[in-house]
Design a protein around this ligand. Structure first.
Ligand SMILES: Nc1ncnc2c1ncn2[C@@H]1O[C@H](COP(=O)(O)OP(=O)(O)O)[C@@H](O)[C@H]1O
Ligand SMILES: [Mg+2]
Length: 491
């Protein structure tokens, strides 16, 4: 029992204000702009998906109409835009432009559309030249771009024999060396003219006809005339390639290498691509590091493979520019690469890029329907390697058994090995059998809500992030629902 004096003391203290303790408010850490811990999506208390998480790469799977675009896609895109990120958006469908115009309008951002009649031009040779000038760096950068495009879509085989990539690389390096040594400048049509007029045999290389009338011979003469003591070894190297190595290649080998080059070059030298990629430079991938959002409006559905290659030029230049960036010197804004129907745009450099993406503050978001769409385009090995590097995986409703099994395995608790005993007419045998301990069985992925008015505009997905346990499930996965926007855009 409290004594009278202590009660009086308490009363006096209260009246004089001494006793009134301020409620303890834990200090709220204000995050600096672009802090990696900035939440992008909140899946309930303590369940936030941050900028740092996005830097580790995201893959969204879901059948057509499962809600990839209007569910998780819309949520991530809007959130990245609200954070002020710049980015590069590649397009598969013609209406993706309008979709991103909507996103930008909603988030108070401005969209830059690169496409026909936008007044923007991206001569990637000039871009490479502007970075480093003529020289060995230019040759290997441009050659690397072509090899990157040639390698990107190898179909089911997945990868290109290094012999071919080396040969294509060598062809381009020698062609760029010769053009720049002879003419002091570089264009795609010059490269094509040079390669197409190169000698097809030793006999032709030694013939007067070829020497007097071919563009290749003309370049060799001009380069020889400009050759100084200092660059004589470089010229010798170039000269030997065009006069001896190239004409001595087997006919089929030579024509394969040349056709790898011309398939890519021709796409840029004709039609709308010529205007966009062969003359002038008034937009740079680096601008996405300071908040510009560039949508390449050359959708695959309209431009087919030429559209894929044109977008790959953008993507590869962007990845290289981003790998070079120094966020502590350029303001450190996060940036993103976005590709719906990502199977068209994956390339072998993605793995290397992803390894440094966090330090470059770059988020990659890939959306695709299912695993077979990747396998068809880039093969199983590369698909698996790519998926291993995109740490957040979002699985929407899917009718594809292979993808659903992959999803179920990804979030499974593990494989249990059980001892088994088999009794047969021959006697008893002992063995082991493996069973996957599914947390979510494959069939469950067929039952997820796909949005629309009938589902109250709710889209379900399972979210998995490598190495993360979500508090709400105590497991490696989280089931989330995304609300579709009130107004429906028909995509
Ligand atoms: N804002 C919306 N409100 C209601 N239904 C929508 C909305 N946006 C899309 N839908 C419908 O939801 C389903 C999922 O659409 P979508 O996100 O485009 O799928 P996906 O990108 O996976 O093909 C479709 O049936 C579509 O018609
Ligand atoms: Mg879609």
């Amino acid at each position: 029992m409290k004594s009278i004096t202590s009660i009086i003391d308490t009363l006096i203290a209260r009246l004089s204000g001494l006793d009134s303790k301020e409620p303890v408010i834990p200090p709220v850490e204000r995050l600096a702009p672009y802090d990696g811990r900035t939440p992008l999506i909140q899946f309930g208390e303590d369940q936030i998906w941050t900028l740092n998480d996005s830097y580790q790469g995201t893959q969204v799977f879901g059948g057509t109409g499962s809600g990839k675009t209007s569910g998780s896609g819309a949520a991530i895109a809007r959130s990245l835009l609200r954070q002020g990120c710049g980015g590069l958006v590649l397009t598969a469908k013609p209406d993706e432009r309008a979709l991103w115009e909507d996103y930008c309008a909603e988030t108070g951002r401005e969209l830059t559309v690169f496409g026909p009649d936008t007044g923007l031009v991206f001569n990637f040779l000039e871009y490479e030249y502007a970075r480093g000038g003529l020289g060995a760096g230019l040759a290997s950068n441009v050659a690397g771009l072509f090899v990157g495009i040639a390698e990107a879509n190898q179909g089911k085989s997945g990868s290109m024999d290094p012999y071919w990539t080396n040969s294509l690389n060598q062809l381009l390096c020698r062609a760029i060396d010769l053009t720049t040594q002879a003419k002091g400048t570089l264009s795609l049509s010059m490269l094509r003219d040079l390669i197409m007029s190169a000698p097809q045999s030793m006999e032709e290389a030694n013939s007067d006809g070829w020497k007097s009338s071919s563009y290749c011979a003309e370049c060799l003469c001009e380069a020889a005339a400009k050759c100084t003591e200092e660059n004589a070894p470089d010229f010798d190297h170039t000269n030997i390639y065009w006069q001896r190595e190239f004409p001595s290649l087997g006919d089929r080998t030579r024509s394969s290498i040349v056709s790898m080059f011309s398939v890519i070059a021709d796409g840029f030298l004709t039609g709308p691509m010529r205007k966009l990629f062969c003359k002038g430079l008034n937009i740079l991938p680096e601008e996405t590091h300071v908040g510009r959002i560039i949508l390449v409006d050359l959708p695959v559905e309209v431009y087919n493979e030429v559209g894929v290659r044109a977008q790959l030029v953008w993507k590869l230049c962007w990845q290289r520019a981003t790998a070079r960036r120094e966020p502590d010197k350029d303001g450190g804004m996060p940036c993103f690469l976005w590709a719906d129907e990502a199977q068209f745009f994956t390339s072998s450099g993605d793995l290397k890029f992803q390894a440094t993406a966090r330090s470059k503050r770059a988020s990659t978001v890939y959306l695709t329907q299912n695993l077979p769409t990747y396998f068809d385009r880039v093969g199983k090995d590369r698909t698996n390697a790519l998926l291993g590097n995109l740490q957040t995986k979002i699985f929407h409703a899917n009718g594809c058994h292979e993808t659903n099994t992959y999803a179920a395995n990804t979030i499974a608790r593990g494989v249990t090995t059980r001892a088994s005993t088999n009794v047969s007419a021959q006697g008893m045998s002992f063995g082991e059998s493996e069973t996957v301990d599914y947390t979510v069985p494959p069939a469950e992925f067929q039952r997820l809500r796909r949005g629309g008015e009938e589902n109250n505009r709710l889209v379900d997905a399972f979210i998995f992030q490598a190495g993360r346990v979500w508090p709400s499930t105590g497991e490696s996965y989280l089931k989330a629902s995304f609300k579709q926007p009130e107004t429906q855009r028909l995509i």
